[in-house]
Design a protein around this ligand. Structure first.
Ligand code: SF4
Ligand code: FES
Length: 589
């Protein structure tokens, strides 16, 4: 679509224009009235239309009164006798559209009344309540009262797939879900059965809605008919705060929004980015965050005492690391689950510890099969780590500038011999192979990880790290795009981001005090308001050099190494959307 902004966004001498509800807007050949209205912030109610699907014009709520110049009558404006579906009607030069004329309003009210005839009106127990188009439009365009006195048709509830429930009697038959499975996934599990008021969405006999993108139908459903089994009845949506983030499970770099409350993540939804994931995310990304709140999360530093593992505080652990690794032949393994800034901070700590004797390595990069491209263009990536490219980019820049050897991959690390190893994990599940564990044997082993495994059992020092939703940073995806993400929730008490651990280590190596920093960390407030500050506007506090701040590190790395200047110039930041506010008066109870 080539919609051009209506205010100063086009050249009025050349651009064709259309007037919608009194606002003159530019358009390009082929744009529909609804697309131009959406692009210019003009609200037209819409159910069946979606930018990513074919146009069917079936719900009829978007109908408007259109006046067009008649060339046979000296180009005088004349009303087109019937209301037109704005989602399907392409713009014409000089057209004037009214979505608030008496005819258009009468249609909106009639459609709303029709859609609610058999609707159960069960908003109080519906998960969609608070983010439901039917609810919103009922308030904006509905009649306010029902004239229907007959018995409502009851439709069944169905378990249609591993992630999705169908509450048929809430369905308004917009067919978005059916079109999605036909046009985007090409799997066509969903169909429409029956006629008239018996019409319903269904799966074909013996076929479940079970493809890698299946849960996108939940977002597509404008009402509460298709529901997320995982989120079912877990939170009212108005309690949720939203933080823009990036997929931290695979190399796709899909743009996501994290919905959380009181430090707990409740669901992940796609955030539109036409260059990366368009409107969709895979089920793996949507539901793969559960390890964030795993009961087995590591929450305290530990060291080996008389051959057994014992809890210790971070300062003691840092002292032992410096004591045993300073000036030794050491290896740093940076997990591809970590951010670019953390890779940089850890590499600086490794250089401070091992000098030219430090070897930098990229940790194991999990893969599962091959990339799968769907008919709608979405790619499920085989690489199950978000930042293998970014970590390698940073480590290579540091290694080259500091005169270190080649940056190794996991296999190269396994073939090496070191006096000390500093290993980072942060994978969603057990990642330690026999070969990797063997390569650490005999070396003083420091492991920073989030979940316990055979390496944390055997390590000399274990430090609990933070998962990606608990910190800010930048990931480089499979397309080479550098994308910033924000902190959504706080890390568990006792855990610290890998970047903070690296800065702490650097401070201990340099001999500056730890106590002051501990106080500073305690005053950090997370999960207040709509997400953390985006990387672009993170506040750099004077004197807080030892507090991990991704924006601060990005600026430092771009300034210190020319090869890393891209972190100043090419990082894309999430667009923070305006918060919606209710027009309804809030009544105190
Ligand atoms: S289930 Fe939802 S998306 Fe599918 S047709 Fe019904 S209202 Fe539309
Ligand atoms: S949005 Fe136009 S008819 Fe449904």
């Amino acid at each position: 679509m080539g919609v051009v902004g209506g205010v100063g966004g086009y050249d009025r001498r050349t651009m064709a224009t259309i007037t919608i509800d009194g606002k003159e807007c530019g358009f390009e050949q082929g744009d529909t009235i609804l697309q131009v209205a959406n692009a210019n912030g003009i609200t037209i109610p819409q159910y069946c239309y979606h930018d990513g699907l074919t146009i069917v014009a079936s719900c009829r709520i978007c109908l408007a009164e259109v006046w067009a110049p008649n060339p046979r009558n000296d180009n005088k404006l004349e009303a087109i006798p019937k209301l037109l579906p704005t989602c399907q009607t392409t713009c014409g030069e000089g057209q004037v559209v009214y979505t608030d004329s008496p005819k258009a309003i009468a249609n909106q009210k009639a459609v709303m009344e029709y859609l609610l005839i058999n609707h159960p009106l069960d908003c109080p127990v519906c998960d969609q309540s608070g983010e439901c188009s039917l609810q919103d439009y009922s308030y904006e365009y509905g009649r306010g009262v029902s004239r229907f006195e007959e018995t409502k048709i009851k439709q069944p509830k169905k378990d249609v797939g591993p992630h999705v429930l169908l509450y048929s009697d809430r369905c308004i038959m917009c067919s978005r879900c059916v079109r999605f499975t036909r046009e985007v996934t090409g799997t066509a599990e969903l169909t429409i059965t029956g006629r008239g008021n018996k019409e319903q969405i269904d799966v074909f006999p013996g076929v479940a809605l079970d493809n890698e993108l299946s849960a996108n139908v939940i977002d597509l459903c404008p009402v509460g008919a298709l529901l997320d089994k995982d989120f079912l009845f877990s939170q009212r949506v108005w309690f949720l705060k939203e933080t823009p983030s990036i997929d931290g499970i695979t190399s796709s770099g899909d743009n996501i929004t994290v919905h959380h409350n009181q430090g707990l993540v409740y669901r992940i939804k796609p955030r539109t980015n036409m260059d990366v994931n368009k409107w969709w995310i895979s089920d793996e990304i949507r539901f793969g965050w559960k390890f964030v709140h795993d009961e087995g999360r590591l929450t305290g530093a530990a060291h080996k005492k008389f051959g057994a593992r014992a809890a210790c505080d971070f300062v003691r652990a840092y002292d032992e690391i410096v004591e045993n690794m300073k000036g030794k032949k050491i290896a740093l393994v940076v997990s591809p689950m970590l951010s670019c800034e953390e890779a940089y901070a850890l590499a600086k700590a490794a250089v401070a510890l091992g000098g030219k004797g430090a070897t930098l390595c990229v940790g194991p990069v999990p893969r599962d099969g091959t990339d799968k491209v769907f008919p709608g263009g979405y790619t499920v990536r085989a690489e199950k780590a978000p930042n293998a490219r970014g970590v390698r980019r940073v480590l290579e820049a540091v290694a080259q500038a500091e005169g270190l050897g080649e940056v190794l991959d996991a296999r190269g690390f396994e073939g090496g011999s070191f006096e000390g190893v500093l290993v980072t994990g942060n994978y969603p599940s057990d990642w330690v192979t026999a070969g990797f564990a063997k390569a650490c044997e005999g070396a003083f082993t420091v492991v920073i990880d989030t979940l316990g495994n055979r390496l944390t059992e055997a390590a000399d020092i274990v430090l609990p790290g933070a998962v990606w939703l608990e910190k800010a940073g930048v990931f480089e995806n499979a397309q080479g795009k550098l994308q910033a993400f924000e902190q959504a929730v706080p890390s568990p008490t006792g855990a610290r981001s890998e970047g903070q651990i690296a800065l702490d280590l650097l401070a201990v190596i340099e001999g500056s005090g730890m106590e002051q920093r501990r106080v500073e960390r305690r005053v950090m407030v997370v999960d207040e308001g709509p997400g953390q500050v985006p990387g672009a506007t993170e506040v750099l506090l004077p004197g807080a050099a030892h507090r991990y701040n991704a924006a601060h590190i990005r600026r430092e790395m771009a300034g210190e190494y020319t090869a890393l200047s891209v972190f100043e110039t090419e990082v894309s930041y999430p667009v923070v959307e305006a918060q919606h506010t209710a027009e309804m008066e809030l009544v105190e109870l």
